[in-house]
Unconditional design. Structure first.
Length: 412
């Protein structure tokens, strides 16, 4: 089926994509080169993180009954464009010397690990923004997030791998602010196209399982070699306990006493999100298990009680429930890491040094929240301009507005 949009949108979309790609080619030509030292030690983790971002997140967002093509397809487009821009931005801010940016496998890994911010934000506005709006959102967001990391690492002295753990909280609140701008009164009542069907739930569960399997690599890929094993252990146990919490709380909060697949999608990953900050420093498995259990609990409770409140009272329509899946667990994990840093070194000879580091990480968390709020509000305002031809409400959550179908299947 041909697009319902006028030809001008198709021209604008093609032109925008090509302008970005040609700009990247020029920047790579003049400023970027490969590092002579080809270290492939992290290649297995690099593969895992790539599968997470391109496959796991793509299918995690494919739960809407009539928006599967857009969920997976637009996610691929945003990730492909965003990775190239983050490599350039990260290179200029962190690795620029002698007029060149040197590309390593680690720099590409950092770029891929920055992309979940975009995909999480896209989850908040899923079905309500067209591809042009999503591309503009992605380019602005990864720019601000990379600058946020530069401040955290360069000024606040936050370790590099921890600076990337703020990707969840940043992506969540950036996306929620945009969702606030894109709110329409009709979203107060769930439309038929906003629901799921068994096949779409199964695709989302497939994405959840891939994310679950590879999340230990996401948390450990940039950690020092001597700390990788404990990081993997802690991530695994935290995710296991959050999965248990997901099933327990899903039954407890359902009026019919049945499991909700949406709850499983929401809370299963919460442990991996929460423990990311402290996975390399936790020395006892019971701490990781407890943190995962708490993360799964607040994720389910947030989904049950906060999401409706956001939609009804704050006029924030969070399509995928990213606040419960990523925002709340990330806040819990960041605060828990600060507390653990202080308690682990309380009474030691260098407790004031560790206290200072905890204070800096509190500053980095505050910075991430403030920047995501401000940048999200400004970006959301920009995306409301008629120039971008936002989709009409009747085309929300509908693949047919953007994708060609050989035929219209009954029930699609």
């Amino acid at each position: 089926m041909a697009s319902q949009y006028p030809p001008s949108l198709r021209i604008h979309l093609s032109a925008l994509i090509l302008v970005y790609e040609i700009s990247f080619i020029l920047l790579f030509y003049f400023f970027v080169s490969y590092d002579d030292q080809r270290d492939l030690a992290i290649y297995p983790e690099f593969q895992d993180v790539s599968v997470m971002v391109f496959f796991g997140f793509g299918f995690l967002l494919a739960f809407l009954r009539r928006y599967g093509f857009s969920s997976t397809g637009f996610g691929l487009l945003l990730a492909a464009l965003g990775v190239q821009w983050v490599v350039i931005m990260d290179g200029f801010l962190f690795h620029f010397s002698l007029g060149k940016v040197k590309i390593t496998l680690q720099s590409i890994s950092i770029a891929i690990m920055s992309i979940p911010a975009v995909l999480i934000s896209a989850g908040a506005v899923l079905g309500k923004a067209n591809p042009i709006q999503l591309i503009l959102m992605a380019m602005i967001e990864v720019t601000i997030f990379t600058m946020n990391r530069w401040i955290a690492v360069g000024i606040l002295q936050v370790p590099n791998h921890i600076s990337l753990m703020y990707v969840h909280v940043f992506g969540t609140y950036f996306g929620l602010m945009i969702a606030w701008w894109l709110y329409h009164p009709s979203l107060s009542q769930k439309a038929e196209k906003e629901t799921s069907k068994p096949v779409s739930h199964l695709f989302a569960m497939l994405g959840t399982l891939f994310l679950w399997a590879f999340w230990p690599s996401f948390n450990s890929v940039l950690v020092e070699t001597r700390l990788k094993s404990v990081t993997i252990y802690n991530t695994y146990f935290a995710m296991a306990s959050s999965s248990v919490a997901a099933f327990a709380l899903s039954v407890a909060t359902n009026k019919d006493g049945k499991l909700s697949m949406a709850h499983i999608h929401t809370a299963t990953l919460a442990g991996g999100v929460a423990v990311g900050f402290s996975a390399s420093s936790i020395q006892h498995p019971w701490i990781a298990i407890t943190l995962g259990l708490l993360a799964g609990t607040i994720s389910i409770l947030g989904s049950v009680f906060l999401q409706k409140c956001f939609n009804t009272h704050l006029r924030i329509h969070d399509t995928c429930g990213v606040h419960s899946t990523f925002g709340l667990p990330s806040l819990l994990g960041a605060v828990a890491h600060i507390i653990l840093t202080i308690t682990d070194h309380w009474g030691s000879s260098n407790q004031f040094l560790w206290g200072y580091m905890a204070l800096m990480e509190l500053g980095a968390l505050s910075l991430s929240i403030v920047l995501s709020f401000i940048a999200g509000l400004l970006t959301g305002f920009l995306l409301t301009f008629k120039l971008w031809r936002a989709p009409p409400v009747r085309k929300y959550f509908d693949d047919q507005a953007y994708w060609e179908f050989p035929h219209l299947a009954v029930g699609y």
